[in-house]
Design a protein around this ligand. Structure first.
Ligand code: MG
Length: 380
C-alpha cells in the first residue's frame, strides 16, 4: 500500500483525489489530511479515511475538530506549524499538494526535505520558486509529479526522452469564456468570468483561465519543470480541450496526450506512476469528436499571457512578483473592488516597480512575494 498525505483535501483537487482513492480500495493508505478552513468537510473525510493526523489551518476551527476526532484517535493540528507537520509526516511516501496560491510553497519544501515524493496540483509554487524546487528534488533524490493537466500531459509525452530531444513544448488552452467575446472586456462581470466552458475548478484558477494568466503561469511552470526555456514553450487555443499538451521533437515529430477533461485522470496517474490503474472514468470517444481546432491566442486582448513570458525571461524573483500580484488582483476582482481589465494593470505595474534579484533563495522569493502583495494591494 502506498502511504499518502493530501494537503488541501477539501478543495476541488483534494476531493477528486479522494474519489480516486475510493475507486481503488486496498491500494492506498491516507496518512494525513489538511484543509484551510472547511472543518466540517474535513471531519467527514477524516472519519471515512482514518488518517493518523489532520490539520485544520484556521485556528478558530481547531478545538471544534479536535473534540470531534478525539474518539477516533486522530491527532489534530493547526496553523503554519501544523501544516508543516502534516506535509512531512514520517509515515507518508508521497504527498499531494493542492493548496490554492502561494501558501503551498513552504510545506512543499518541507516535504521534499523529508524525502517525500511530491505531487503538485497548484501551479503557484512551481511558478514562484520552480528552479529552487527542482534543485531540491534532485538533491534529495525524490520525484516531483505534476498534476496540472497540461503538465501531466507533457510529462507523459516526455517519458523516456531528454530535453535535448525537444524542440518545443506546446500547452493547450480551452480559451476560457472570453476568447470569442466581441464586446469590450471592460464590462466583464464576475459571474461571466466564473463560467468556464470546459473545466469545473476552484474560483481562483477559473478567473486565471478567463484572463489567460493561467497559461502565463503554466508557461513558467513548464519551463521550470522540464528545464526548457520559456521561448520554446508555446500556447495554443484548442476549444475542444481534448489534447492537453504536445511535444515537438527536434526531428519534427509531434507527440500529443489526449483524454477527457476530468482531473481524476492526471491525479490518478500521479498516484499510480510508474504503472497505470484500470478505472471506470468514461473513455474518450474519438469518433464522436467533430473537429480538433487550434488558434493563436490574441495577446492584445489577453495581455496576461505575455506577462508570464516576460516574468520568466527576467527570471529571479520576478515570477514570484507576477504570481503574488495576480493573486491579490484576482481576489480584488472577486470582491468587486476592481474591474476585470485592472487585473492585468495591477500585475503589470507591480512588475515594473520590482527589481528582480537573481539566483534567489527561498527567503528572497518569500520576501518578493510579500512585497508584491503590499504593492498590488495599494494599486487596487
Ligand atoms: Mg492546467
Amino acid at each position: 500500500m502506498k502511504k499518502i498525505s493530501i494537503i488541501g483535501s477539501t478543495g476541488s483537487i483534494g476531493v477528486n483525489t479522494l474519489r480516486v482513492l475510493r475507486a481503488h480500495p486496498g491500494k492506498f493508505q491516507v496518512i494525513t489530511l489538511a484543509a484551510r478552513t472547511q472543518a466540517e468537510a474535513l471531519l467527514k473525510q477524516a472519519i471515512e479515511f482514518r488518517p493518523k493526523l489532520v490539520c485544520i489551518y484556521a485556528s478558530e476551527n481547531f478545538s471544534w475538530l479536535r473534540d470531534r476526532l478525539k474518539s477516533y484517535q486522530i491527532r489534530v493540528v493547526s496553523g503554519d506549524e501544523g501544516l508543516l507537520k502534516a506535509s512531512a509526516h514520517p509515515d507518508a511516501d508521497q504527498v499531494i499538494f493542492a493548496l490554492v496560491g502561494a501558501a503551498g510553497l513552504q510545506p512543499i519544501f518541507q516535504a521534499i526535505q523529508a524525502k517525500k515524493n511530491v505531487a503538485i496540483a497548484n501551479k503557484e509554487p512551481l511558478v514562484m520558486a520552480g528552479e529552487l524546487l527542482m534543485k531540491q528534488v534532485k538533491k534529495q533524490r525524490v520525484k516531483l509529479l505534476p498534476i496540472d493537466s497540461e503538465h501531466s500531459g507533457l510529462w507523459q509525452c516526455l517519458e523516456g526522452y531528454g530535453k535535448n530531444d525537444v524542440k518545443k513544448l506546446v500547452l493547450t488552452s480551452s480559451g476560457g469564456p472570453f476568447w470569442k467575446r466581441k464586446k469590450s472586456f471592460q464590462t466583464i462581470s464576475l459571474e461571466e468570468a466564473l463560467k468556464h466552458p470546459r473545466w469545473k475548478m476552484g474560483p481562483k484558477i477559473t478567473i486565471d483561465s478567463a484572463t489567460l494568466m493561467n497559461k502565463g503561469l503554466e508557461v513558467i511552470e513548464a519551463s521550470n519543470l522540464f528545464g526548457v526555456p520559456a521561448d520554446r514553450v508555446d500556447v495554443v487555443i484548442h476549444p475542444e480541450a481534448i489534447i492537453h499538451a504536445l511535444i515537438e521533437f527536434v526531428d519534427g515529430s509531434h507527440l500529443a496526450q489526449l483524454g477527457i477533461t476530468d482531473m481524476r485522470l492526471p491525479i490518478q496517474y500521479a498516484l499510480s506512476y510508474p504503472s497505470r490503474f484500470v478505472n471506470s472514468i468514461p473513455s474518450l470517444e474519438l469518433t464522436k469528436l467533430e473537429s480538433i481546432r487550434f488558434y493563436k491566442p490574441d495577446r492584445k486582448r489577453f495581455p496576461c499571457l505575455t506577462l508570464g513570458y516576460e516574468a520568466k525571461r527576467i527570471g529571479g524573483t520576478m515570477p514570484a512578483v507576477l504570481n503574488a500580484a495576480n493573486e491579490v488582483a484576482v481576489q480584488k476582482f472577486m470582491d468587486g473592488k476592481i474591474k476585470f481589465t485592472q487585473i492585468y494593470e495591477t500585475i503589470s505595474k507591480s512588475m515594473r516597480k520590482h527589481k528582480s534579484s537573481h539566483n534567489p533563495s527561498l527567503s528572497d522569493v518569500l520576501e518578493a512575494d510579500r512585497w508584491a502583495r503590499t504593492e498590488a494591494e495599494s494599486l487596487c
